[in-house]
Ligand binder design. Structure first.
Ligand SMILES: *Cc1c(COP(=O)(O)O)cnc(C)c1O
Length: 394
């Protein structure tokens, strides 16, 4: 069985998770921040328990309250949740006609005197159009541009890395992301003032990690490792496997705007140590995804019922997202052939009951992608992509 997603974690991460003594690991979070900022080519990185907590604190650090914040209709639902938690109002914008990212022309048309920020997301590893973004910035210099890089470690638009082109960037680091620190998130910025403010609010508002959290996260990591091990993976029954994997990506309730219970408890040291090790693998991780995507592009054709995603220079393909007419049929068909397909964002946020004040017909692309997208595995590089193609299309 080829699972739909798999973190690239090895024995090094497991070894890093083992505490070296009672007070060992002090400063691990600081070390992770320094390493992360270095890899991203930014002056500062600030760690958070989740990416959404980072976004929430960042919005607060920008001094935004009671303002409108423009964000994609097709993105992870934690993004508008964080906007609401920060006491601002999400304004949703549909995808561009040629891809999954937010339509920046439409976004610009939604700017009003109440708009405080735009969250530009490089979805599925597709770099946001930095030229268009720059034009918006020059016409609306008071607006803050926040880069959501949860899927786009070092994605590039014409050679420029997306995370560096805004006031700050946010990253998610849970087990389903490119780089993982078990859970966790990061905010990166070159702005000293924002960095100071983030540090001050962390000090004031985040509870420190404690031994319970350290233990919980350690156990979680130890449980994850064999789960993704191939032999064990093949061994567990299929239904269980699906359920288990869903717990990694099912994080929302359509009837509630909420946050995890521990969203205000700081990143644990075990997460930071895991993240530091995993960060070293990021080149390999991105390389695997790119080579898998290239293999798919060169061997799979658009068919009636199978539409390939756009091919874009500088994309990191955190997910290889095709559109199909009958998603369940493909899921079943693939499972029989030993491949687990899945989807990442199967909702159009404005349609969710908690955000219902928006008219779904205004978001035709987001509406469509929510119903038709399915992901082919990319974590195992071209070799694995070859297996997938051989099994699926033979
Ligand atoms: C994962 C993700 C985040 C952050 O998620 P957390 O689970 O809070 O770390 C933000 N934006 C997008 C698009 C994501 O996929």
């Amino acid at each position: 069985m080829i699972p739909r997603l798999k973190p690239l974690i090895g024995l090094k991460e497991i070894a890093a998770a083992i505490p070296k003594g009672y007070d060992a690991g002090i400063g691990d979070v600081d070390r992770f921040e320094v390493a992360f900022a270095d890899v991203m080519g930014q002056k500062h990185a600030v760690a958070f328990p989740y990416g959404r907590t980072g976004l929430l604190f960042l919005i607060e650090a920008l001094g935004l309250k009671g303002r409108e914040i423009i964000c994609p209709a097709y993105t992870c639902v934690v993004v508008p949740h964080a906007i609401v938690y920060s006491k601002n109002i999400p304004v949703f914008v549909d995808c561009e006609p040629t891809g999954f990212n937010m339509d920046l022309e439409q976004a610009e048309s939604r700017i009003t005197s109440r708009t405080g920020a735009i969250i530009a997301t490089s979805l599925f590893g597709y770099p946001v159009d930095l030229d268009k973004l720059q034009k918006i910035r020059s016409r609306h210099p008071h607006l803050h541009i926040i880069q959501d890089c949860a899927h786009s470690f070092a994605a590039e638009w014409n050679g420029r890395q997306v995370q560096r082109e805004g006031v700050a960037a946010i990253f998610g680091l849970n087990i389903s992301k490119l780089i993982t620190s078990i859970f966790g998130g990061m905010v990166t910025t070159d702005d000293d003032k924002i960095y100071q403010r983030l540090k001050i609010s962390i000090h004031g508002k985040l509870k420190p990690s404690n031994w319970i959290k350290e233990l919980k996260r350690t156990l979680y990591l130890l449980a994850i490792y064999p789960t993704f091990n191939r032999q064990v993976y093949d061994w567990v029954n299929r239904i269980e496997r699906l359920k288990l994997l869903n717990t990694f990506v099912k994080y929302y309730d359509v009837n509630k705007i909420d946050m995890p219970d521990d969203y205000l408890q700081h990143m644990s040291n075990v997460e930071a140590r895991t993240g530091i090790i995993n960060l070293n693998r990021y080149r390999k991780i991105v390389e695997n995804r790119r080579s898998a995507a290239n293999y798919y592009f060169s061997t799979i054709q658009n068919m009636n019922d199978f539409i390939l995603p756009p091919r874009v220079n500088g994309a990191t393909y955190s997910h290889f997202v095709v559109q199909v007419k009958n998603r369940n049929e493909w899921l079943k068909k693939a499972l029989i052939k030993g491949i687990q397909l899945g989807w990442l964002i199967e909702y159009n946020i404005p349609e969710m009951s908690v955000y219902r004040n928006n008219d779904p017909s205004v978001f035709p692309y987001s509406y469509k992608y929510a119903r038709t997208t399915i992901n082919l595995p990319v974590w195992g590089g071209a070799r694995q992509a070859k297996k997938v193609v051989e099994r699926l299309f033979r």
